[in-house]
Design a protein around this ligand. Sequence first.
Ligand SMILES: *[C@@H]1O[C@H](CO)[C@@H](O)[C@H](O)[C@H]1NC(C)=O
Ligand SMILES: *[C@@H]1O[C@H](CO)[C@@H](O)[C@H](O)[C@H]1NC(C)=O
Ligand SMILES: *[C@@H]1O[C@H](CO)[C@@H](O)[C@H](O)[C@H]1NC(C)=O
Ligand SMILES: *[C@@H]1O[C@H](CO)[C@@H](O)[C@H](O)[C@H]1NC(C)=O
Length: 492
Amino acid sequence: MANNHNTILSFRALCVIIFILCAFSFISFLYWCHCSDSVPCYSRYQATEHKQNLNQPINLLTFPSAWNHLSFSSEPPAKLLKIALFVKKWPDKSHAGGLERHALTLHLALSKRGHELHIFTTFSSNSSFPRYPLRNLYFHLSKPTAAGFLDQASVWKQFQTQNSSGRPFDVVHTESVGLRHTRSRYLTNLAVSWHGIAYETIHSDIIQEILRPPKEQQAHALTERAMKVVEEVNFFPRYAHHVATSDHAGDVLKRIYMIPEERVHIILNGVDEEIFKPADAKGNEFKRKFGIPVSKLLVLGLAGRLVKDKGHSLMFEALREMFKENDTFRETSAVLVAGDGPWAARYRDLGVNVLVLGPLEQAQLARFYNAIDIFINPTLRAQGLDHTLLEAMLSGKPAMATRLASITGSVIVGTEIGYTFSPTVSSLKETLYRAWLDGRGVLQKKGQVAFQRGIELFTATKMAAAYERLFLCISDGGNKSDNYCQYHSPRY
Ligand SMILES: *[C@@H]1O[C@H](CO)[C@@H](O)[C@H](O)[C@H]1NC(C)=O
Ligand SMILES: *[C@@H]1O[C@H](CO)[C@@H](O)[C@H](O)[C@H]1NC(C)=O
Ligand SMILES: *[C@@H]1O[C@H](CO)[C@@H](O)[C@H](O)[C@H]1NC(C)=O
Ligand SMILES: *[C@@H]1O[C@H](CO)[C@@H](O)[C@H](O)[C@H]1NC(C)=O
């Protein structure tokens, strides 16, 4: 009897299990029918969500991605701003680091759009200060401190004078710590642009330590950097709004530096699309001028300061080994190097395959990009967003660069645009061989995709429009009913 009862129980249990299995398969089948026709369910879900978002206005201040993905009107806005900019140094034409180039490109564009720009910067007794034919652009120069920074007391006084004469400033912009946190802390209408924060630099320190020759003494940079991050985490909140110049830096500012998301905005760097653009004829002319024979099936390009920090020791060693071990590679390739620095002479020693051109004016640099098949940036500096990669992409060239988070997250986001490598000689060599074997045809296709991404995201026009909108949104004397902080997609 007990046995019988048990059998009935287990029979019932079996039925229940079979029923559950059937029901589950049926539901799975329904799900499969619904989702499998062309798009997987996950991306279909994303697509609808995206569409709904575009139908509704977006709050720009909490927009999680780069503002470069949005489209802003090319018409100047109804409201023109009085803007203060604090930047340590104002660049002369061809010699400019990333931060200064950013300041120059952005603020000239803003003043051309009609805004009143007041630039607080240092003067150098050496060079004559550049002049611009713009009536709404004012420079307020001061003597730098011994360390070359802006003298905070003097610039603050200049700023106050300007702020109380006529119209007060609508918005204040500082490139990095141009205006220190001791002065910035009470300004709500302020944005700071970061071109390298200590947390990013840790990656560079690790790379430098790994590449350190055993006979060289261990650097203390790595151990000191962590404390520097803590220091930055403590003072960064004293800036009201933060502009990250790469997607990665935006993530770090929110996650590691713990700045509230509505105060962190990602605006990727842009370069002048009138100067850097595809021009095959000019590229060919450049190649003829420098005597690059047609037998060269692959022309590699390098540009910038030729120093160790920018990875030129790595690049030099990779090329040296490849020329030595592979005759075909040596015979069919050429390297054009624009820029100067300690590695210029070493590159020259590599023989006729390498042509060191010295520093180039912007117009010449634009021709250089058009002459090459691929642009290589072996940089070891994991800071900010490198302008040379953007210039190459806008010229329609694929890019090859070190696998640093700002580059893989914002610029070379996939193999359709170019190549990335780990900062070791073997990884770089392997990647150079791959690009060489892929050949000109494949590189041209990648160059077209690179150009599409560049023209959509990395133009100076796009960058200036995004900053203008941010400045309108956070400006003082504000009229919050004008909705500059809201974005309506023009397409829906
Ligand atoms: C002025 O030029 C000299 C020599 O070129 C240089 O060493 C010095 O740093 C320059 N000073 C400034 C303020 O740029
Ligand atoms: C600038 O001037 C305005 C108007 O007088 C004033 O409200 C504001 O506090 C001033 N800003 C600074 C930083 O002094
Ligand atoms: C050069 O490298 C390519 C790609 O790795 C290889 O196929 C070829 O055999 C090499 N040629 C010589 C001469 O080593
Ligand atoms: C505020 O903005 C709205 C919309 O642009 C405009 O109609 C209104 O005149 C503005 N008010 C002030 C005080 O500027």
